[in-house]
Design a protein around this ligand. Structure first.
Ligand SMILES: NC(=O)c1ccc[n+]([C@@H]2O[C@H](COP(=O)([O-])OP(=O)(O)OC[C@H]3O[C@@H](n4cnc5c(N)ncnc54)[C@H](OP(=O)(O)O)[C@@H]3O)[C@@H](O)[C@H]2O)c1
Length: 162
């Protein structure tokens, strides 16, 4: 949320979310929709359905299409996996548009957390859970996550079984 806020997201914005199927990406798609944006999500073929279910209006499958050749223009481009560069996508920004990347570190305040609490309690945020591991399986969990292909989130159940 702090990345989208940093970019000044507002109702009606055209927002592109690159890496829409990761943890940050799946929340970004839902929050951008909550803010009233038109969302174009970039992900690979197996994750197209997930991001559509989360509310994406358009999906670009990066295995079939290079998003930088899109003829659309965006108010915000958010790289939720840190694998693009501003220079490679600058031409897709509308005048005054913003490029934000998960590699930056915008500030977060207590009001942001209260806002998120309200969105969650209103049932507007779904947590996509890919796999669950016990604490004893933490090494396998790390290996999986470090592969950078998880869908949404991975859960470690500290106190019990999977
Ligand atoms: N998770 C957090 O709580 C958190 C908090 C702060 C910062 N961060 C940072 O944010 C970044 C993203 O973390 P994350 O946990 O959301 O996800 P992640 O594990 O880094 O990424 C997983 C997702 O990225 C997609 N992906 C991988 N390579 C891609 C590529 N070349 N192009 C497009 N999509 C690609 C994968 O989909 P495919 O399998 O389809 O490629 C997968 O769904 C990381 O740098 C992390 O350090 C994460």
């Amino acid at each position: 949320m702090r990345f989208l806020r940093q970019a000044g997201i507002k109702k009606g914005d055209n927002v592109l979310i690159y890496g829409a199927s990761g943890s940050v990406g799946t929340f970004a798609v839902q929050l951008a929709k909550y803010f009233g944006a038109q969302v174009t999500a970039v992900c690979s073929t197996p994750n197209v359905q997930i991001v559509k279910t989360l509310g994406a209006d358009h999906v670009i499958d990066y295995l079939k299409e290079d998003f930088t050749t899109s003829d659309k223009k965006f108010d915000i481009i958010f790289d939720a996996v840190g694998k693009t560069t501003k220079s490679a996508s600058r031409h897709l920004l509308k005048q005054g548009g913003s490029y934000v990347t998960v590699k930056s570190n915008p500030k977060e305040g207590p009001n942001d957390l209260m806002f998120l609490k309200e969105v969650i309690e209103a049932g507007k945020l779904t947590t996509v859970i890919d796999r669950r591991y016990t604490l004893e399986q933490i090494r396998e969990a790390h290996t999986y996550v470090e592969g950078q292909h998880k869908k949404g989130n991975v859960v470690i159940n500290v106190f019990g079984d999977q």
